[in-house]
Design a protein around this ligand. Sequence first.
Ligand SMILES: NC(=O)c1ccc[n+]([C@@H]2O[C@H](COP(=O)([O-])OP(=O)(O)OC[C@H]3O[C@@H](n4cnc5c(N)ncnc54)[C@H](OP(=O)(O)O)[C@@H]3O)[C@@H](O)[C@H]2O)c1
Length: 295
Amino acid sequence: MRVLLGGGSGFVGSALTQLLRSRGHGVTLVSRQGGQDRITWEELSHSGLPLCDAVVNLAGENVLNPFRRWDDAFCREVFNSRIETTKTLAKAIAEAQQPPRAWVVVTGVGYYRPSPTAEYTEDSSGGDFDFFSRLVSSWEAAALIPGSPTRGVVVRSGVVLGRGGGAISQMIWPFRLGLGGPMGSGLQPFPWIHIQDLAGIVCHALESESLRGILNGVSPSSSTTSNGTFAHELAAALGRPALLPVPAWVVRAVFGAERASMLLEGQRVVPKRTLESGYKFLFPELSGALKDIVA
Ligand SMILES: NC(=O)c1ccc[n+]([C@@H]2O[C@H](COP(=O)([O-])OP(=O)(O)OC[C@H]3O[C@@H](n4cnc5c(N)ncnc54)[C@H](OP(=O)(O)O)[C@@H]3O)[C@@H](O)[C@H]2O)c1
């Protein structure tokens, strides 16, 4: 397949590009910057969809960028970078002379309401109670192409764990120094996925000709992982015994109250349809995933 990958230059996109190429597929990125094997968003809007078999969108301003204050301007950037890029790709697909076979968007488990007890599958409701849930609803609505022959899949991802980016890159140094620990109470659920599994699920969605609809992008053991378990396992994988809890007020001071809720609260998410669709996880257990990442 020739795959067009919006936002493919980032953390998840690099892993997905590597996986797709290793499976013999070709990849062209859609980026804010042109270059080899890339087109820009302006070129896409102006010239329409290049000939391709599948389209994926991963574009989005990094929500947990600690160097950006959580103000209206940043909220708009977080929102528009996801919704506008998704709309641009959906419009290009709808207007394509030869539409692609598959269209995959990676959104987030922020769709489901944080709760210490409720367990969510792809059929659970959500999407309308705070900034992040409404963001996901708008993002997924932007991806809809009524009447299109193109098969659509949405992967609702948990926290992506991998080397050289994402949550681990922000946490690893305090943990290496023995200064890391659970955030807040540490009891909140911690929905996570290894980056190779998120790339694997997207690839599986592209290659499975009859798969469509929502897939939860979390590991099978994610629903029983708390933030405290994660902190404990990360410290163990690094061989560091110390576990200093990070008080909730510190997390709120660094990230702002709304963004901090992503870290201080969490959802128990089950990848029910993902497993039923035949996807086999490479890293179903947290300890194995973390050993692979910090090795
Ligand atoms: N990482 C996670 O833990 C996680 C969890 C749940 C969901 N997700 C979602 O999965 C997708 C990929 O995540 P990621 O961690 O790979 O993201 P990332 O590396 O932070 O960013 C992906 C790409 O988005 C583009 N981008 C960044 N800011 C943008 C802006 N303001 N306007 C337009 N494009 C912008 C960049 O591409 P160019 O510079 O080439 O334009 C960047 O390489 C995102 O939509 C994210 O919300 C991620």
